[in-house]
Design a protein around this ligand. Structure first.
Ligand code: UT7
Length: 330
């Protein structure tokens, strides 16, 4: 009988562009206030990539750090999974551009599009590839340049989003680092959070540009309500699959869309406190597929996440799509 193979995260890295856009800056762009943004979302500022800085660049920077932390060289990398809804181009995939930039000569790779849930979908793909024995390591990246698809004239959305990237390395392990994964989608509410144009349904035209169809559109209040309930459900499923309860969890790394959502989910899951929830959206806003690996990597780098800690990751986003995962940081 062959022994079961396990997968674990063995290194993490992140990158955010240096340019900061504060709530005060936004006050000069649309009719909003720092007070409204802070109290409704928890966001104080976000990072905006330079005009010539793309998702592949941010992915590559985060990946380099993750590889260094896992003590791997680019030539070792066998698979690259990039979760993003803002690829550099429709094709080739961002993964191909990252492969070239890293010099990861032996790697295959692809992009995975699942909006804010993308990272957990990619993490599942990475874990599956390792557990199956097909690859010895995989780079799993979540990266976005949301500023490129944000309507900077709409206060409903432009205060929310930011740019950035996070990456992890996955490798085989003696004990399970990836304790569980639970994923779901439901296309029935595809139109409450979407980017209408640029695909084959609504190719770029003068009209699509004039109508601002190339920007993210969101029914905020509806999305908020579904987000909390769905994230609590996804967390419970991921915990059950790991054979754990909320009390076993050291840190909660949730998608960073809104501080009120993070608090509500953390409170409903456990003892009513929010102390274990890792929050960085005050500094970065909602970075979609990048938010979970960015928060995870920061917490590993600053020593909050320690060896042996169990981390509950939960995501929710356009699709609708969602996911939960329990990861032990070995
Ligand atoms: O990442 C994927 C998943 N995304 C999410 O989960 C996001 C979920 N949604 C949210 O986080 C929140 O719904 C928002 C932050 C987007 C909005 O907060 P809200 O408390 O749901 O506000 P609302 O949309 O109900 O708007 C309340 C009021 C409205 O004015 P009236 O109609 O009450 O007069 C809006 O026009 O706030 C107004 N408003 C603003 N005012 C100042 C909306 N945006 C702004 C703004 N500045 N930027």
């Amino acid at each position: 009988m062959s022994q079961k193979r396990y997968a674990a995260i063995t290194g993490a890295g992140h990158y955010v562009p240096p340019n900061v856009l504060t709530n005060a800056d936004l006050e000069t762009m649309v009719e909003t206030t720092d007070e409204w943004i802070r109290t409704r979302t928890g966001i104080r500022e976000r990072r905006i990539a330079a005009p010539d800085e793309f998702t592949s660049h941010m992915s590559t920077a985060a990946a380099r750090q993750a590889l260094a932390n896992a003590k791997l060289a680019p030539e070792d990398v066998e698979a690259i999974f990039v979760a993003t809804c803002t690829p550099d181009m429709i094709f080739p995939s961002t993964a191909c551009l990252v492969q070239a930039a890293l010099g990861a000569k032996r790697a295959y790779g692809y992009d995975l599009s699942s909006a804010c849930s993308g990272f957990l979908m990619a993490l599942d793909a990475g874990a599956t590839a390792i557990e199956s024995g097909r690859v010895q390591n995989a780079l799993v990246i979540g990266a976005e340049k949301l500023s490129a698809v944000t309507d900077w004239t709409s206060r409903d959305t432009c205060v929310l989003f930011g740019d950035g990237a996070g990456a992890v390395v996955m490798q085989p392990s003696e004990r399970p680092g990836m304790r569980s994964s639970y994923l779901g989608v439901d296309g029935h509410q595809a139109d409450i959070l979407f980017l209408p144009a640029g695909g084959c349904r609504l190719p770029a035209s003068e009209k699509s540009v004039q109508e601002h169809q190339h920007f993210i559109q969101m029914a905020g209040r509806e999305t908020f309500k579904v987000a909390v309930n769905t994230m609590v459900g996804a967390a419970q499923q991921a915990l059950a699959r790991a054979g754990l309860t909320e009390a076993d969890i050291d840190w909660m790394v949730f998608h960073q869309a809104n501080k009120r959502i993070i608090d509500a989910v953390a409170q409903r899951l456990g003892d009513g406190t929010t102390d274990r929830a890792i929050v960085n959206l005050d500094r970065y806003g909602n970075t979609s597929a990048a938010s979970i690996p960015l928060a995870f990597s920061e917490a590993v780098a600053d020593g909050r996440i320690q060896s042996g800690n169990k981390i509950l990751m939960v995501a929710f986003g356009g699709g609708l799509s969602w996911g939960g995962a329990v990861v032990e940081w070995l």
